[in-house]
Design a protein around this ligand. Sequence first.
Ligand code: PLA
Length: 490
Amino acid sequence: MEATDGAPPPPPTFFPHSEIVRPLQTGFSRVLLSTFSGIEIEGFSPFGFGGGKVEGDGVEWRAVQGGGGKGGRAVFLLGNRSMSSWWSNVEPAAKDPILGVTEAFLADQSPDKVNVGVGAYRDDNGKPVVLECVREAERRIAGNQNMEYLPMGGSLKFIEETLKLAYGGNSEFIKDRRIAAVQALSGTGACRLFADFQRRFQPDSQIYIPVPTWSNHHNIWRDAQVPQRTFHYYHPESKGLDFASLIDDVKNAPNGSFFLLHACAHNPTGVDPSEEQWKEISYQFKVKNHFAFFDMAYQGFASGDPERDAKAIRIFLDDGHLIGCAQSYAKNMGLYGQRIGCLSILCEDELQAVAVKSQLQQIARPMYSNPPVHGALVVSTILGDPELKNLWLQEVKNSCIMSGMADRIIGMRTALRESLEKLGSTLPWEHITNQIGMFCFSGMTPQQVDRLTSEFHIYMTRNGRISMAGVTTGNVGYLANAIHEVTKSG
Ligand code: PLA
């Protein structure tokens, strides 16, 4: 049976009294399997509308046959009908707009399938990459380290090297110990720590978030209970920056507002302000006494050069702003699953920095106590050794296993645009090559994206964002053809 036929799955045949209680969001059906002897068996079928046969031993059931999710696993909960259930009020959560795409991709059996959803770098064969500098650091670390806890704020050596990347190798602020910084659970954890800190010490503040932004920003500040406002960023018609409206919003926000800024390679639009525009933004922030919180998840991915990609931050520092910054090594060192990043807050003096750091640690302690050690070791081994650091810089820009990370993405932008133009698409596609970083904000509608997925097995977020890091020499033609098919009728 096809996963895409839209019909709810039939009940498993060996439970003749089963019934489908109700279909839920795509890919899930709630199935009341059977009742007997007062026992109710209920479950969520993750194998979509394709149905499937389940077998098992009464507690755990394995899908042995079923459309889209062949081989998927379904755990059914056993409960007595007469007993009140603790969690009967719990509905399945909405799928994450980004990570849910990966789940759907993995469940698809088509050999043609393409994942340009999550922003994870792939080589030209579509395979994940471990950088040579990381492999060498791991060789050096192996067998030489104990497994002790790190301090609550993480590894000091790691923090020192990480701050140099954001604030500059010769930064006065580092020398003067004015930066409160803690190792964080990658960029997400850094943002979340900051949001909690903001809520605790500026309880009446709000956060201004660009439209659009990385979808998880909204979740992070929502869960930290900081009210959200938005500011203009992207201009859908020009597919560029809506600078005039951005500046208006900065001017119209109450004095002393908090703003979330993407330091470089804005996600999802791939549109960054120019240097001149950053200077103007910084000036207006100064006039309004706003606080700039930089999320820098892609340092090195915009230009291939981490120093150049820190430009916006350096402009703000030169202008005397006391900024906050979230850094991540997920993308630029390929350390995605190591969850390694840093939160820093520039303070007025060392005394203030000590106080702020102690409070950040106090927020971290009841959540996860202290951060994991391995990623911190890898990063500090690389950045603490001039030779390995150089290797890293080259790998980011030039000499990655197949070709440079940033260069390969830039090459794929050109290839995708040229393929679309060769196919005779009359739509404008310059923005594919004008935008920067990991993503292309294509301008496709959610309906067009749905067609790409259902007809061509191409997986991407419904806002039309293409992760260019998932585009390869092998799939760029297929992708271009599919995009042309779904966009040519407007
Ligand atoms: N900030 C921005 C702007 C991001 O795009 C991402 C990741 C992060 C922070 C957090 O990354 P980290 O916690 O792994 O360091 N965005 C990804 C992945 C690449 C995701 O959604 O988690 C994306 O596909 O948008």
